[in-house]
Write a protein that binds this ligand. Sequence first.
Ligand SMILES: [Zn+2]
Length: 249
Amino acid sequence: MRIVKGLERYAVVSCHVERPLDDRVWSAFERLLERRPGGFTITPLLRPPHEAAGEDEERWLVRARRAAALAPLGHHTHWGGPTQARPTGDADPAAIVRGEAEWLRARGLEPRFFCGGGWYLDEPVAETLASFGYVDCSSTTFRQGYLAPDAPRLQLEGPRRVRLPSGAVLLELPATHSLGMLGRGLLRLPGLVHVHFHDWELADRRRAPAIAALLRLLGLLRHPLSAEELAHRAANAEEIAWADATIAR
Ligand SMILES: [Zn+2]
């Protein structure tokens, strides 16, 4: 069994960019990407534009290219439109991810990282992600209290190479903390820290400086890594079978 050693000194930060077309949210997020508080290259996981909701594709692409120039780009899917993160009804989650991944690549964007809205992940989605070469951030080390006990999701203790039924391997970099969890747990951090937040959390004028300050504190306690660097260091992470990985209990 190969175990990732030495990652406990590091931290990585990713952001679910759900409202990149909201000028106030975007400018606050762009500023944070540029300033790199704590030395963190924040991974922007961007939600592609939703045509049915009338979102402006051209403006979205300008902002996505700007994000890609500042950090390794990621992809975030809301399966039910801008405000519906997890799939509902008879949606085909894997087909939606495939459609978005192809749309992005047809426009010259090749995000390497992915996170499912509402932490949703199922086997067809995982296979689709592996087929596009994504590194997945849909897993968490903790359980979300608001999700039903049997809600599809993935809980892991740390970075793992998940062997899927097809034989493909999907590298998982689970989130360990929300901003609130980080603020409450700063003095008793576990090993590797992967903190995630949402772009709209920056829209509150008092909250944005608090987030930057929190990341600066984290940068004093853990060595900052980009998601690229973490993926590189986790390339030999322990392998686990998909069937054994899902902790939906
Ligand atoms: Zn989301």
